[in-house]
Design a protein around this ligand. Structure first.
Ligand code: LLP
Length: 430
């Protein structure tokens, strides 16, 4: 199986960032998320370089929902990353990670009055999803004696080749304002005293393995930019979203790179904007393509059995990685302590959750397994821990971070006390 450079096999064991996954599992226990900080930084720099080589003003915003660990966000913030945040919680994280407020975009399709006031207080730009929200934000900014800088979230009505649950810019999607209504929305924004429209924002979907749809989105954005410039809107940034996919099937999926993306999208973008006589900043918001392959989820085989097929029952399930259950997502699995053993036997790798759908990896050829073996689930750095839960009253596992030869916890494992700690006894049960 093709592996990225930070994942290697040495003496029969899988290594990440040069460290033996068997030793990591022994030291920290399983299940365990293990992330290479170096890999995340490398991916970020690659993105930035690919875009900057073709356009002079670029801001890469990390999408905080993909992986909200502060250590990772701090590492990215130190490299100059901003963030797309989708909740007040994510805004707290981005600020605590030291990201600069002017590099943050508060995105969201259903913001509370509290969210809007918080965004105004912190002076971050807001991606506005509706006219109702625009007027609420105007009022919040007026109450604070400030002017809110905004972009509207454009719904470009584009079909994209991805799972329907993660296509976000379809005509029927819940996000944004239909592209044909966008000029009217900006007209309304220009009339608001405490609002200044300074950008446009869109996102067409996630896990897209073809760069063509991004070019279509860029065309829509350039067309809108032209119209808005004509109306007198001074565009300071155009945010064309994230969404570049990764090859979860290592040997067969296409693997578009940041360079492929930039080579396809930027020429259209640059030429279109030159024609309008503007050079706003180009903002992009990658999540998955920055962090997914930085991380493995280590899980131990509790037992094996042969029923209508062979099962390997492991200690991580959809409580820790919901993508297979939720999107039928595919993740490569490797037996960490038998990493170069022959793949002799077909197993379905199942989690410990009391649901039939708790299958991490169906029908995979693996070495003969025994209780105690450790399996690595690859490419789990995006929407892995971030979408975890305590279902079945399972405390979440720890996360460790590797940089160079150093390794440290970046989140301790939860205890049962973390589950019961927020519960309260009603007075009539005292
Ligand atoms: N910007 C916006 C406005 C988004 O909604 C998203 C993802 C991104 C950027 C980042 O997209 P990325 O570069 O990561 O593809 N939980 C799903 C993915 C949901 C994506 C939602 N929006 C999964 O595990 O596949």
């Amino acid at each position: 199986m093709k592996l990225p450079p930070h994942i290697t096999v040495n003496n029969g064991h899988l290594h990440i960032g040069g460290l033996d996954c068997v030793a990591l599992a022994e030291k920290y226990g399983t299940p365990l998320y293990v992330t290479s900080e170096d890999r995340v930084c490398e991916q970020f720099e690659r993105y930035k370089k690919a875009l900057l080589s073709r356009y002079p003003k670029v801001q890469v915003l990390f999408v905080a929902k993909a992986n909200g660990n502060l250590a990772l966000m701090r590492a990215l913030g130190n490299l100059g990353a901003g963030a797309d945040v989708f909740s007040s919680g994510e805004l707290h994280l981005a600020l605590e990670a030291g990201m600069r407020p002017e590099r943050l975009l508060f995105n969201g399709s259903s913001k509370t009055p509290g969210d809007l006031s918080f965004a105004v207080e912190k002076g971050v730009k807001v991606s506005v999803d509706s006219l109702d929200e625009l007027h609420q934000l105007d009022a919040a900014a007026r109450a604070a004696g400030k002017v809110a800088l905004i972009a509207f979230r454009v719904n470009p009505a584009l079909e994209v080749p991805t799972h329907p649950k993660i296509a976000t810019g379809l005509k029927t999607s819940k996000f944004g304002i239909p592209h044909e209504e966008i000029p009217a929305a900006y007209r309304e924004a220009l009339a608001c005293k405490n609002i200044r429209p300074v950008g446009i924002h869109c996102h067409i979907g996630s896990q897209i393995l073809d760069v063509e749809p991004f070019a279509r989105a860029a065309e829509v954005m350039v067309r809108i930019a032209k119209e808005l410039t004509g109306m007198g809107v001074k565009l300071e940034f155009i945010d064309i979203g994230g969404g570049l996919g990764i090859p979860y099937h290592h040997d067969t999926d296409p693997a578009p790179t940041a360079e492929d993306y930039a080579a396809k999208v930027i020429p259209l973008f640059r030429v279109g904007l030159e024609a309008c006589g503007i050079t706003p900043e180009l903002w992009v918001e990658p999540g998955r393509s920055l962090v997914a392959d930085s991380t493995v989820l280590l899980t131990r085989v509790n037992s094996t059995k042969t029923a209508h097929k062979r099962f390997a029952n492991v200690d991580a399930g959809f409580n820790l990685l919901i993508r297979p259950a939720m999107y039928d997502a595919y993740h490569e699995v490797i037996v960490v302590n038998k990493a170069d053993a022959p793949l002799t036997t077909e197993y379905t790798v199942t989690g410990p959750i009391c649901e039939t759908g708790d299958i991490l990896a169906p029908d995979r050829r693996l070495p003969e397994l025994a209780a105690g073996d450790i399996i690595a689930v690859l490419d789990t750095g995006a929407y892995g821990y971030a979408m975890s839960s305590q279902y079945n009253s399972r405390p979440r596992c720890p996360e460790v971070l590797i940089r160079g030869k150093d390794v440290a916890l970046m989140r301790r494992g939860e205890t049962i006390g973390d589950i019961t700690g927020t519960m309260q006894r009603p007075p009539w049960q005292q």
